[in-house]
Design a protein around this ligand. Structure first.
Ligand SMILES: *Cc1c(COP(=O)(O)O)cnc(C)c1O
Length: 399
């Protein structure tokens, strides 16, 4: 999965271009930067690689989500429907806008269950935020139809699914806007970074200004820029963008290796009786960064995890149900609204209500689910070896 596994001379060369001029900022300093504009170059590469009109880099994926919501006009009192299985950044970004996170069940795609989204819509709903978890996608046709029917914004969090597609379109480019994260463990890394992608010029212009204190970026003199609205500092630095530029050129290699290694490993797990795999709404569009599989019962899944640990092969296998970062079950800080600053009353009430909200459908799925992260560095022989080991340990643990 992670591009950091292939950090090399290409990344060093791009970073050195920036170090030679010493202009580490993405805006201004036109003379001394000697034509080096890594952030602009990376934004252009994102547009051509993923097929969107506009791309705005940010300092993180969380900043990208926050900016996208601001640009789409999501704010105080608005409800945003998000999945109960995701990364904490989803509700962090929503809360930071003053908006209300409405958590709903996932299905065996490990992403938003369209029926659960429908059931959660109220007059306050403004936005639906599918999260394309673990390399694969949500049922975008169903979600698009719901959003169209109820006139809701569709914002895709594709932070974990760089390179995945749905019916030929890159994940993150299908909704009103979409985001990637380029943090250190994502498919492409900048060290830290993120991007908002959109085909809507207005959303792009707003994102461009919002990430830089509201600067309109219309003149050549930064000091004379106007500020049509309030902004923030979510800028990426040229050093980070330089790393991403080298990484995006390697994306096809990453995706080929992920697919090869994923399918080899899968061929072994397929031999385990009772095992089945995650539902992928468009199988051709899987980015293959994870292989996600289910055992028949929670007890068997817990036993398998213990057996993997015992055999020394647990690393890279995620039992999200017991994980502190990705599933509602362990988000105590959210459910008890432990905020350093005052949340608004509607937010406070929504979070407190989570303490007694049941997510039975998600629990039933997540308690039997294991995701295996696919490394780029495994040789074919090593994946076969790994697969054989997984198979032997699972067969022993299930018997
Ligand atoms: C990584 C991630 C983010 C946030 O990205 P950062 O760059 O770490 O802020 C958001 N959503 C999901 C699903 C992620 O995996």
């Amino acid at each position: 999965m992670p591009g950091f596994e292939f950090f090399g001379d290409e990344e060093r060369k791009e970073v050195n271009d920036v170090l030679e001029t010493g202009i580490l900022m993405r805006y201004g300093f036109d003379g001394p930067r000697k034509g080096i504009w890594k952030s602009k170059e990376l934004e252009a590469a994102v547009c051509t690689t993923f097929g969107c009109e506009y791309a705005q880099l940010t300092s993180s994926g969380t900043a990208a989500l926050t900016t996208a919501m601001a640009a789409l006009g999501v704010g105080a009192g608005d409800e945003v429907i998000m999945p109960a299985f995701t990364f904490v950044a989803s509700f962090e970004a929503i809360l930071s806008m003053g908006a209300i996170p409405v958590l709903v069940d996932i299905d065996e795609s490990l992403t938003l269950a369209p029926a659960a989204v429908k059931a959660a819509i109220t007059p306050k709903t403004k936005c639906v935020m599918p999260v394309h978890m673990c390399g694969s996608m949500a049922d975008m046709d169903a979600l698009k139809a719901i959003c169209a029917e109820h006139q809701l914004i569709l914002l895709e969090d594709a932070c974990q699914s760089i390179g995945g597609t749905y019916k030929g379109q890159a994940l993150g480019t299908i909704g009103d806007a979409g985001t990637f994260s380029f943090d250190f463990v994502k498919t492409i890394t900048c060290g830290e970074g993120g991007v908002i992608m959109t085909n809507n010029k207005e959303v792009y212009i707003k994102s461009d200004a919002f990430t830089d204190h509201g600067h309109d970026h219309l003149g050549v003199d930064r000091g004379a820029d106007l500020h049509p609205f309030l902004g923030y500092n979510f800028r990426i630095s040229e050093l980070h963008a330089a790393v991403g530029l080298a990484q995006i050129r390697k994306l096809n290699t990453f995706l080929e290796l992920q697919k090869r290694n994923n399918l080899i490993l899968r061929s072994y797990l397929e031999q385990v009786p009772g095992i089945h795999f995650r539902v992928v709404p468009d199988p051709a569009g899987d980015s293959f960064s994870f292989l996600t599989w289910f055992l028949p019962t929670q007890a068997q899944t817990e036993k398998a995890i213990a057996a993997f640990k015992e055999a020394g092969i647990l690393a890279g296998n995620f039992y999200w149900f017991a994980n502190n970062w990705h599933y509602i079950r362990k988000w105590d800080h959210l459910k008890t609204a432990k905020s350093l600053y005052a949340l608004n009353e509607a937010q406070q009430n929504a979070l407190t209500a989570l303490q007694t909200t049941q997510f039975e459908k998600s629990d039933a799925i997540m308690s039997k689910c294991i995701s295996t992260a696919i490394s780029l560095t495994w040789s074919e022989a090593q994946v076969h070896e790994k697969g054989a080991k997984f198979l032997a340990v699972l067969q022993a643990s299930l018997s």
